[in-house]
Write a protein that binds this ligand. Structure first.
Ligand code: ADP
Ligand code: MG
Length: 261
């Protein structure tokens, strides 16, 4: 059974792209044929954080009717397949988000999981991914503005005929997990699929254009994300993981990010 999930939040910067890339990589590592697609066609950065910023054909060209979907699929980390979006303004203007559903249908024939990184906001390109997925996963930070925006996104999803799977709480302080979980579950009225702590390893890994679940798989954030992926895939968490060896540049980056959030 193919599952198409849209990762949405309403608010920018909650961790949608981080969750998309790391959930996708975790599912691929569990042996599931997994694709991620950057539907944030105005502020694309999924390709950027995977080192695919120079991809010659992107979702922009596909949505403009100038390229085939198959030409916009790239090899990502850990066996993940990636459909990045372009970063040019002109490409964004020429892209027709109405074509997203056709792209999705074509990708669904190739995989077991398709994860769509949605843009923030409620523009047309933001709403279509909410409607076309099997289910929407909300990424929420433990702050009021994020919660309110997630609630709006939930309502919007229901208005356009979409379905909410649940919410992922991201950037939670280590001491507050249970309290925040209960509050958010109550306010949003959706199941909490998992909690990802605030963890500087996410940024450290991003600076190497490598998902944290590969770079630092035993870090608190990576463990949390791998746990959520296992839940979606219906299998136990993959315990056979190895930290990638830190080279000189890694050690330099760690020194740089030490103490920073
Ligand atoms: P969005 O796609 O929703 O705009 P991003 O995934 O780009 O958000 O994340 C925004 C920033 O927050 C990035 O710099 C990312 O590395 C950082 N970030 C996301 N989640 C966490 C976390 N759990 N701990 C620390 N930093 C995080
Ligand atoms: Mg993003």
């Amino acid at each position: 059974m193919v599952r198409v999930y849209t990762i949405a939040s309403g608010k920018g910067g909650t961790g949608k792209t981080t969750v998309t890339v790391n959930l996708g990589t975790s599912l691929a590592r569990l042996g599931k044929e997994t694709y991620v697609m950057d539907a944030d066609i105005g502020m694309a950065n999924l390709g950027l954080i995977l080192g695919l910023e120079d991809a010659p054909v992107t979702l922009h060209e596909v949505l403009a009717g100038r390229a085939r979907v198959s030409d916009a699929i790239y090899e990502g980390p850990g066996g993940l397949k990636v459909v990045p979006s372009g970063i040019s303004l002109q490409g964004f203007q020429q892209a027709d988000p109405e074509r997203l559903k056709d792209v999705m249908k074509e990708l669904v024939n190739r995989c077991e999981f398709l994860i769509i990184d949605a843009p923030a906001g409620i523009s047309r390109d933001g709403v279509i991914p909410l409607a076309i997925a099997d289910a929407v996963i909300l990424v929420v930070n433990p702050e009021l503005s994020s919660l309110v925006d997630a609630l709006k996104t939930k309502i919007l999803t229901e208005v356009v005929g979409g379905k909410i799977q649940g919410a992922i709480l991201n950037r939670v302080g280590a001491d507050k997990t249970d309290f925040v979980n209960q509050k958010v579950e109550k306010v949003l009225g959706v199941e909490i699929l998992g909690t990802i702590p605030e963890d500087p390893n996410i940024r450290r890994a991003a600076s190497f254009k490598t998902p944290v679940v590969l770079k630092y798989p035993t870090s608190p954030a990576a463990r949390a994300i791998r746990q959520i992926a296992a839940g979606l895939a219906g299998c136990p968490i993959d315990e056979k993981v190895e930290e990638q060896k830190d080279g000189f540049i890694d050690r330099f980056a760690r020194a740089l990010f030490r103490g920073r959030r």
